[in-house]
Design a protein around this ligand. Structure first.
Ligand code: S3P
Length: 186
């Protein structure tokens, strides 16, 4: 079987998929793609606007559409949106064409990173306002619990320790890729 062409990073909002994705793509010397950015560019709308105007199912359909256009053809690293793996069709595409990596970040680190976030519609109230601290924690815990079994199915699960730098995380991930997917990064 041919080597899978794409390394796909998954994990909760704020887990560093784009930052780490960019870093490892530079180190390996292959292009970097960010699925959220592709959707915003192609649809000419912010993700918050897409959620507001068309709802989450429509957004998931767009994730599927743009991932399908890219996958199988291009070599590279892609940062998925944190909820992309919820859609069965997306999981199926990933299974066939990508090495998936779950960036597993402790919940408390996520809370601290997401506290002041303005761009994630799922972490806002129905009136669009940021959630209070306790509400934010409950929302993160609830979504995480639902998704965790799906994240854990990734080919590689990288447990990121508090205090790890971007360099350290990228280094650990590349070591794992060399072991589990040498053909994909060669
Ligand atoms: C989402 C995560 C976001 C973005 C959208 C929905 C999610 O991407 O796709 O707001 O359902 O977890 P990041 O994981 O890059 O924040």
């Amino acid at each position: 079987m041919d080597a899978k062409k794409l390394i796909a990073l998954t994990g909760f909002m704020g887990s560093g998929k784009s930052r780490i994705g960019r870093e490892i793509s530079g180190r390996i010397g292959i292009p970097f793609y960010d699925l959220d950015e592709i959707i915003e560019r192609e649809e000419k709308k912010r993700i918050t606007e897409i959620f507001q105007a068309m709802g989450e199912p429509h957004f998931r359909m767009l994730e599927y559409k743009y991932l399908r256009d890219l996958i199988g053809e291009k070599r590279g690293v892609i940062a998925l949106g944190g909820g992309a793996i919820q859609k069965a069709e997306i999981r199926d595409l990933l299974e066939r064409h990508a090495i998936t990596v779950y960036l597993n970040v402790p919940m408390e680190t996520l809370v601290q990173r997401l506290k002041k976030d303005k761009n994630r519609p799922l972490l806002r109230n129905s009136d669009g306002k940021l959630l209070e601290d306790q509400q934010l924690r409950s929302r993160i815990a609830e979504i995480l619990e639902r998704r965790e079994p799906l994240y854990q199915k990734a080919d590689i699960v990288l447990g990121i320790q508090p205090g790890w730098t971007r360099n350290q995380t990228a280094h650990e991930l590349i070591c794992l890729l060399k072991t589990y997917a040498p053909d994909t990064i060669a």
